[in-house]
Design a binder for this molecule. Structure first.
Ligand SMILES: Nc1nc2c(ncn2[C@@H]2O[C@H](COP(=O)(O)OP(=O)(O)OP(=O)(O)O)[C@@H](O)[C@H]2O)c(=O)[nH]1
Ligand SMILES: [Mg+2]
Length: 328
């Protein structure tokens, strides 16, 4: 394919097209990704997550500008917030992100969620691979951290920055939201507001409650709108990046990332398989409702049907030898 060569050569329009191929799973997607994957990984992935309106986009723009100023290329993947409450912020995002796009070296891409939950994390990780091929040194992935899906997206990053505000509630709530598990760095943004110090303190106390030996998680106060604290945040990110240069750690990290990527792909496929197995599901659901079989048996049958389907794909040479579907 000529597309990847154009991406490697640095064409922004080819990059945009390649990401569309990946996002929409168009023809040639698999081949493209496989070729991207075989190349040396270049970009360091920074996941920015946190509640709606915490300042992730503002912070991300600051980071992108700072990296760009330092002469490094940047790719940004902004995952549209799913929550209807933040729909209004979307346009604002686009405008600010577009401002950034005008700068050389910064490539910004918005990804639609379109409800395909498992698919989103996979698509994001795939898009990051394409940005690698385009030699982007820093890859920023913004996602609203409100649910498991968003946390999954965050997990596809090399460093996860969880952005909170003085209004984000106490540390215990944060713990409950599962944010501490994914966080490598905490940011208390909107530090210009009252109660920012208390939030910082709460967070510190919560982190101290973790079992001894837990990895250290820096807490950084920022005012994204003015740029205050951005340097500290960049230092913390670089420090985390440096830790990953240790060969043993780097290896473990790569395996963990690969594992997560594979899991996301499997999830995405199972989900899309499920949505195309409507007929089988309907039949089974009716049998469950009639108390003929229990839901566990129905689930077994769906999975068995999927496995048969997978097998037939793997043995492309004689696909007809295997029944496409078990009709139970
Ligand atoms: N006072 C204050 N306002 C801020 C700060 N950072 C961002 N904001 C404002 O907070 C609002 C939300 O900022 P965004 O950067 O869009 O937040 P976000 O987390 O990307 O929002 P979503 O993508 O909708 O979840 C905007 O009006 C920003 O101008 C800050 O440090 N202090
Ligand atoms: Mg945003």
């Amino acid at each position: 394919v000529g597309l990847l060569e154009e991406v490697i050569a640095g064409s922004p329009s080819a990059l945009a097209r390649a990401i569309s191929v990946v996002e929409d799973r168009r023809d040639g997607c698999r081949e493209l990704l496989s070729r991207c994957h075989r190349r040396e990984r270049q970009g360091f992935r920074i996941g920015l997550t946190g509640p709606p309106g915490a300042g992730k986009s503002t912070l991300g723009s600051r980071l992108a500008l700072a990296f760009d100023k330092a002469g490094d290329s940047v790719g940004v993947i902004a995952v549209d917030p799913t929550s209807p409450f933040t729909g209004g912020a979307l346009l604002g995002d686009r405008v600010r992100m577009n401002e950034l796009s005008g700068r050389t070296g910064v490539f910004v891409r918005s990804m639609a969620t379109r409800g395909a939950s498992g698919g989103l994390a996979a698509a994001t990780a795939d898009a990051a691979l394409v940005l690698d091929a385009a030699s982007k040194r820093w890859i920023l992935i913004e996602t609203v951290g409100v649910g498991q899906v968003e946390l999954d997206v965050a997990e596809t990053a090399d460093v996860v920055v969880v952005v909170l505000t003085p209004e984000s509630g106490d540390g215990v709530q944060t713990l409950k939201a599962g944010l501490i598990e994914v966080a490598d760095i905490f940011v208390v943004n909107k530090a210009d507001r009252p109660a920012a110090d208390r939030m910082h303190q709460n967070l510190r106390t919560t982190l101290e409650l973790r079992p001894s030996g837990s990895p250290e998680i820096p807490i950084i106060s920022t005012v994204a709108v003015s740029g205050e604290g951005i340097e500290e945040l960049i230092s913390a990110i670089r420090e985390h990046k440096n830790k990953l240069t240790d060969p043993e750690r780097a290896k473990r990290h790569r395996v963990r990332m690969a594992r997560s990527h594979v899991v996301r792909l499997v999830e995405a496929r199972v989900k899309s398989r499920l949505s195309s197995a409507d007929e089988l599901l309907e039949t089974l659901a009716q049998r469950v409702a009639r108390l003929e079989i229990d839901p566990y048996e129905a689930a077994d049958q769906v999975i068995a049907a999927g496995a048969v389907d997978l097998l037939s794909k793997m043995r492309k040479r004689k696909p007809k030898a295997i029944p496409a579907k078990s009709d139970g």
